[in-house]
Design a protein around this ligand. Sequence first.
Ligand SMILES: N[C@@H]1[C@@H](O)[C@H](O)[C@@H](COP(=O)(O)O)O[C@@H]1O
Length: 337
Amino acid sequence: MLNFNQEKYLQVTRGAVALRSEIEEIVEKVSQQEYKNIFLLGSGGAVATFYPFEYMIKSTSSIPVYAEIAAEFVVMNNQQFNEKSLVILSSLSGTTEETVAAAKYCKEKGATTIGITGEYHKPLADTVDYPIVNYAENDFAGDSNQLILSFLIFNLMHKKGDFPKYEAFAEQLEALPELLLGVKEEADSKACEFAETYKDEPYHILVGAGNTMGRAYSYAMCVLEEMQWIKTKSIHAAEFFHGTLEIVEEDTSMILLKGEDETRPLMERVERFAEKYTKKLTVFDTQDYELKGIVPEFRKYLSPIVTSTVLQRVSVHLEEKRNHSLETRRYYRKVAY
Ligand SMILES: N[C@@H]1[C@@H](O)[C@H](O)[C@@H](COP(=O)(O)O)O[C@@H]1O
């Protein structure tokens, strides 16, 4: 596959899977402290990665959960937050100012903090009570984070008595590095074709729902906008019919991220609309991938990670066809703001 280092991919994703017992020990300890709610804090792509997990907790468990943008969280005086909160923060670099500030704020208030990050001896790992560290670069960080979060979040729900099948699910997660590699291989020609067709497209509407909404938000903002400088709009499938539909013309590109959770009918409604009103419709559907061995009841929980692993192939092809490196920035971490 173009610009793909299989060895590195397996090293990163197997590295995430290898953290399972360490994560379970952390869950054991924090569960004994009887936390009252969970806060998921990050910035940009990191908070976006939390959104599907917020959805999955809400639809699987009665634990109150709040995914919050780190910078807003520290100024809003959130009344749900106190020393009985369990806070999970995520920052690949471990240096994102707003996220580090949120970690410090939570520590000062006496809450328990877990940090998912790429390196030790960086501000996030140094601040939180429990760092969970797996080295990754931008390209594979999404898969790494989501694997770690799958063990962490589902085990937390299990300990609260809300996800009795955790053991079976965790065993299935262990097979994901190889399965996701297979997904990338299967998706690659579609990704290449998309990049060729849309390399000069100035604007895309990305639609998600349920546990793919966060993926739509982050792919629009952190890849198409940040890494490719293409204008986008990300919108929830149900909300699409309350405004965004009015700008659709036959040459408006729409990208639908279909997953397999309860919200799939909401996506199908948008799909039916799009088929009628635009000639530029692309659907990335997790159902297209076999995921051999994954039992049907767990598939819906894997929609976000399957979606992002597929979209990562799209990014690589866009980079090549548009001759625009995924690393180029004008402003981000380049100028003061
Ligand atoms: N534009 C970047 C994103 O691409 C990145 O995902 C985010 C978090 O970075 P980190 O995970 O290092 O905290 O920061 C910014 O928002």
